[in-house]
Design a protein around this ligand. Structure first.
Ligand code: FE2
Ligand code: FE2
Length: 320
């Protein structure tokens, strides 16, 4: 069995929100008031996107993963500098799925490095994609610039995978996540008011985001930490798949978007999600981004001692 990491430092490089009033607490440091009021320091910026820097530490060496790359290169690079994240030292980049709030800063990250780095993602991340809103607004082919060629030209080494892939010591990206949970099934229709649409062989259809994947890091002898982008595959499907692939059931933390805030999501889905998370006995819940304010409040009420309001600049330490 691959040994788990002794110490894990999860820094939220980019998230929708910044809150300078959040205070440090055991194993959690913030880009808080002292950071924001220090005229010698730059402050991190919130942006509708996600990026985690995940530092794996053993006694004598470490390994650095970047999970997702936010919406823009400007914010991604600014925040990395403001938070002291060395992008040159990143050993592997994992992109959760082909939506711009997760890959948008990737080319900027690659361009600022001197050495190539693997970029792992699902093949469907490159599918032509549309967005159509109930208001009538349409964003056609919004991912036109996101291609394997562009990533390679910027210094990435594209690793397309469908199944699980080792991305670091005791760390995997899950690959495609089976959709099993009945309340997390994707829509079968593109007629829904707010629709993500993919194009396969010239035919439009509902975008189930088949490329959606998570990153899983083994912690110590029995634990795991799970990183999700938007959880288009469903947060419960994702956590269960992480447990299955890792062979570990002690879940030390789940970080990222739980996708309960998309317009039209029934409130009952949040309640069912809470019940399933209780069964999974997740020790630390960091729902962010597309989780949505309403679901965040419900999760906070359901898990008062396990919920952490994670925001841009928060660093969480998990020790074995
Ligand atoms: Fe997202
Ligand atoms: Fe997404």
């Amino acid at each position: 069995m691959i040994p788990g990491v002794r110490r894990l430092v999860v820094t939220t490089v980019v998230e929708n929100y910044v809150d300078m009033l959040l205070a440090d607490e055991p194993n959690v440091t913030r880009a808080g008031l002292a950071h924001h009021f220090d005229p010698k320091r730059e402050n991190p910026i919130g942006e509708n996107g996600v990026s985690f820097h995940v530092r794996l530490e053993w006694d004598r060496y470490n390994y650095n993963l970047l999970f997702d790359a936010a919406m823009s290169s400007q914010v991604m690079l600014h925040n990395a500098a403001a938070l002291g994240i060395d992008l040159e030292a990143v050993d592997h980049i994992v992109i959760s799925h082909g939506h711009p709030d997760h890959y948008g800063g990737l080319l900027g990250v690659l361009a600022c490095r001197s050495a190539p780095v693997p970029v792992s993602l699902g093949e469907a991340a490159f599918m032509p994609r549309y967005l159509r809103l109930a208001s009538g607004q349409v964003a056609p082919f919004y991912n036109l610039g996101f291609t394997p060629e562009a990533i390679e030209a910027a210094g990435g080494r594209v690793v397309v995978h469908d199944g699980a892939l080792e991305v670091g010591p005791g760390s995997i990206s899950t690959g495609a996540i089976p959709r099993k949970v009945n309340f997390e099934m994707p829509s079968k229709s593109i007629a829904t008011p707010n629709a993500l649409i993919q194009v396969i062989d010239g035919q439009m259809g509902p975008d189930s985001v088949p490329d959606d994947q998570a990153m899983v890091v083994n912690v110590g002898d029995d634990g795991l930490a799970i990183f999700v982008g938007c959880s288009h595959a469903g947060i419960i499907n994702t956590v269960r798949q992480a447990v299955e692939l890792s062979g570990r059931s002690r879940i030390r933390g789940v970080f990222g978007g739980f996708h309960l805030g998309f317009p039209g999501t029934p409130e009952s889905k949040t309640q069912k999600t809470i019940e399933a998370l209780q069964d999974l006995d997740v020790e630390l819940l960091c729902p962010m981004h597309c989780t949505g304010m309403q679901a965040m409040m419900q999760l906070k009420a359901a898990f008062p001692d396990r919920f952490l309001l994670n925001c841009t600049g928060t660093a969480v330490v998990i020790e074995a």
